[in-house]
Design a protein. Sequence first.
Length: 556
Amino acid sequence: MPDLKKNSHAITTGPNRAPARAMLKAVGFTDDDLRKPIVGVASTWIEIGPCNFHLRRLSQKIKEGIRAAGGTPMEFNTVSISDGISMGAEGMKASLISREVIADSIELVARGNHFDAIVCLSGCDKTNPGVMMALARLDIPGIALYGGSINPGKLGEKSLTIQDVFEAVGAYSAGKMNEKDFMDVENLACPGAGACGGQFTANTMSTIMEFIGISPVGFNSVTAMSEDKDQIAFETGKLVMEMLRADIRPSQIYTRKAFENAITSVAATGGSTNAVLHLLALAREANVDLHIDDFDAICSKVPLITDIKPFGKYMAADMHAAGGIPFLMKRLLEGGYLHGDCLTVTGKTIAEAAQSGVETPGQQVIYPLDKPIKPNGGLVILHGNLSEEGGVHKAAANNVKHFSGPARVFEREEDAMKAVTDNKIVSGDVVVIRYEGPKGGPGMREMLGVTAAIAGAGLSDHVALLTDGRFSGATRGISVGHIAPEAYVGGMIAYVQDGDIITIDVDQRELRVDISKSELTKRKKGWQAPEPRYKRGVMAKYARGVSTASEGAITS
């Protein structure tokens, strides 16, 4: 085993490491354990919310697999923030910041303990990209495994997700739903552990993890509480030892072509706008040249072929039953949309891994390439005087190509939410929520509460929403987020006033506001950035160091 202990020998080998061995023996490790390669098992388990709640069960299986393959696992866990719980509250500002803390904490524990290899087990919106970023930094043999999607909730014959609960808030406020039905949706939407059930951010990032090659193809889409997930976790433990022996590292997997495959998966599945932010951040960590406009270039060529919520009929569990990621990958590969020569953690290429894909007879979730849901998939990047660095629009979530209307400006999410639930937003309005960007928030909150309330009120095709903050993967309707430069640093969104006419032109990829040069000069003279909302602690530290959204809102 000495050749496989390239890192861990520094704390386990030789007479001078007796103190370290004594400390490790105190918690149950033996001399035999310490002679083997040390494999970190990073779990984002937390006893708050369903997404990561079951990961301790899976981490035990991963450790069994590592031991069976000749390694010694050492488990630890990180922080996690549940977007579904914190959404619409001040606590949501912690969510994106947690991505950095997750990556930082895994990196620190792995470096501090000289792991020879690592498995990262994650289950939600920020834990998924956080572990991927950590793997890029460490560049030791490592695998990311997603904990899996929640099973659908059921209200009679209707399948439910957390999206339905958020939209029920709008319907209830608009008088379109009675209290009993409202409570039924709340009580039945989330039946147990697992990540939110549509192609929201967690499942979008899970799909990316397989398409980019850092997760074994076919492993992630198995649902959270399936018995098969336990066996998959065990196999993941064995696989990381094979990676260690073959010396397969993330830097061999995170290539430019692999990132293009990842973006293709977002386009084909109508994935979350957050994929833009997270892939830009990951690319920076992996030293891969990736620009925000690359998303538009790829999405404009790739058809949307999966009928999944938030815009479609089905859920992640249905997609898995239809053939899952392997079949989706095989279909896209046959259409010439993927780079088949990219390496995966198994040592196989994407083309080789996709051969396991089998279509379930009669499935209606994954469409044929010649009969797509839409000819162009997923996301659109809008530029213009209101978003010089870019804004992200989810074209899959609506069919509106052009929208123009008067601005309704709010300085924070809560004020906009109150206006929607008080029925003060009307058809034709363009809701503008600013000072919610990476620095201004800080933390770039998601606006699912507002977009879902608009949808629940029946206005999703008649009201637009713009923000320098973010949107949930469950958002649908006419929305443009990640507007950069953000208001806090003097971006154009800071100078918009009520009544200004804003235009979204999808075909021209344009987002603009009609303000004359003389009027803009006048407004700029009277503008100054607001006082920072946090002046010390983690929020203040993040605000001081975070980059613009067009570069991934990272701190390194």
